[in-house]
Design a protein around this ligand. Structure first.
Ligand code: GDP
Length: 194
């Protein structure tokens, strides 16, 4: 009998407006995706775990939306459940056991980079970088003309907190598939390392 693919929860954290929900929407159109469902009416048994989570978060001020994407990578399917949140303390309280931590800032917003730095520091101090996928994402690379955070700064921050780093444009679908693959690859690597 076929077994359900492993499910991984992935927290997307970052200041308002950095593009967290746009990124998740882009993941849904990825070429690696084989199926997804963000409809509360979804009823297949495969989705039942997600359904429960979805109704649990309903009515919260933030993070009400959980979106699930099935990814086939190297012949193996996995379900990634994305939760986007603004507040790192709340994220840790609610989703502390998540397998993936994606910290997003906008390259054209210095304050969002500061928030990302704070959030990453908290994730790091939990010891998450050893056993979980942690990725720093500089979004909106299409806004090169108004860039205020350079690539080297992002890379340095990621090195400080021992995590991966990528610059993307959710709006223009640049490096978004690479990020999605990176998230799942890191989750698998870290789990095998345990
Ligand atoms: P969230 O609050 O972090 O979920 O941010 P949203 O996904 O709602 O995006 C905030 C705004 O930034 C929206 O107007 C998006 O269209 C825009 N946005 C998101 N990603 C990009 C991007 O890569 N480039 C540009 N130029 N705009 C983006």
């Amino acid at each position: 009998t076929p077994t359900a693919p492993p499910q991984h929860r992935v927290v997307m954290i970052g200041a308002p407006g950095v593009g967290k929900s746009t990124l998740i929407t882009q993941f849904m159109t990825s070429e690696y995706m084989c199926a997804y469902d963000d409809s509360p009416a979804a009823s297949s048994s495969l989705r039942s775990g997600w359904m429960q989570c979805s109704s649990r978060s309903h009515g919260n001020d933030e993070g009400g939306a959980e979106r699930s994407v099935s990814v086939v990578l190297e012949g193996e399917e996995a379900e990634l459940v994305f939760i986007h949140l603004q507040d790192i303390t709340q994220a840790i309280a609610r989703e502390g056991h998540a397998d993936g931590w994606v910290v997003v800032y906008s390259i054209s917003d210095r304050e969002s980079f500061k928030s990302a730095s704070t959030a990453l520091g908290k994730v790091w101090s939990l010891g998450h970088v050893t056993h979980r996928a942690v990725i720093l994402v500089g979004n909106k690379t299409d806004l090169e003309r108004t860039r205020v955070v350079n690539t080297a700064e992002g890379r340095t921050l990621a090195t400080t907190y021992e995590c991966k780093f990528i610059e993307v444009s959710a709006g223009f679908d640049h490096n978004v598939d690479e990020l999605l693959v990176g998230i799942l690859t890191q989750i698998r690597l870290k789990q095998h390392a345990q």
